[in-house]
Ligand binder design. Sequence first.
Ligand SMILES: [Fe+2]
Length: 277
Amino acid sequence: MSIFGTTRAAIDPVAIPLDPTGADRAAQRLRSAARRDGFAVFTVEDAHASGPQAMASTAALLGLGRAYVPAIYAREAQRFGYDSDGFNTISAAVTDSGHRYFGTGAAQGFHTDGTLEGIGVVASSLLWFERAAPEGGHTTIFRATEAFEVLRSTHPAAAASLMSNDALTRVATSFQPQQSTTGPAFADLEVGLRTRWADDGNEIWTFNGESGQLRELAVARMREYSRPGSPFRTDLEISSRTGLLLCNTRVAHGRTAFHAEPGERILLRGLYTSEVR
Ligand SMILES: [Fe+2]
């Protein structure tokens, strides 16, 4: 496990026992990393555990409940690689789903999973890297809500423009006709500031109208905060058979480009509507 482009020290994955009974210490370590960084890295103690077992144990340990399949994918769950547990496999071999990033090695910009749902709904993601790409495919993390708080304290009007209901449209490219959802990029919910930040080319920012110029400034500032070297950004190289917990409503994530033959990069993903606190 290595970490780069940041001042933080190397991250030790939290080892999860398959039986969550008495695993309070592991749960505590995951929760405190998630609270501090908006993500946490884990492995499983049993080297023979399957990916779905590793995901299910971690979800149980954190009380995340069952994996959630977003409504637009639920109708054609198999086409998008979702299994009966609600986990979907993301692999270089899956080329026929039509999802812009699931079957390719292209870099993906920052986004939050489930942005076609309302802000705050798909609160957590678990990713299990069954096989990491032999080359590239590093995970990038952008602590979007932390960066937004800085913007809000320095440019309150620009920040406010990202909170209006017409700020950000997210587009799902896998459907004909395409489907989209428009809403705020940030919102002060009861649980705190939450985001659906997306800057991966599948989004449309509203730059016309009354707040257009302010919003353009706000997006440009946030993009600066998400660049390599920014204190709000972490780049992680995650090894095979390692998991990543993402607090989706506080951090955005992406990946660098990778090269992998079919079957050489296999990820399992679960989405959850519960927050890790
Ligand atoms: Fe994602």
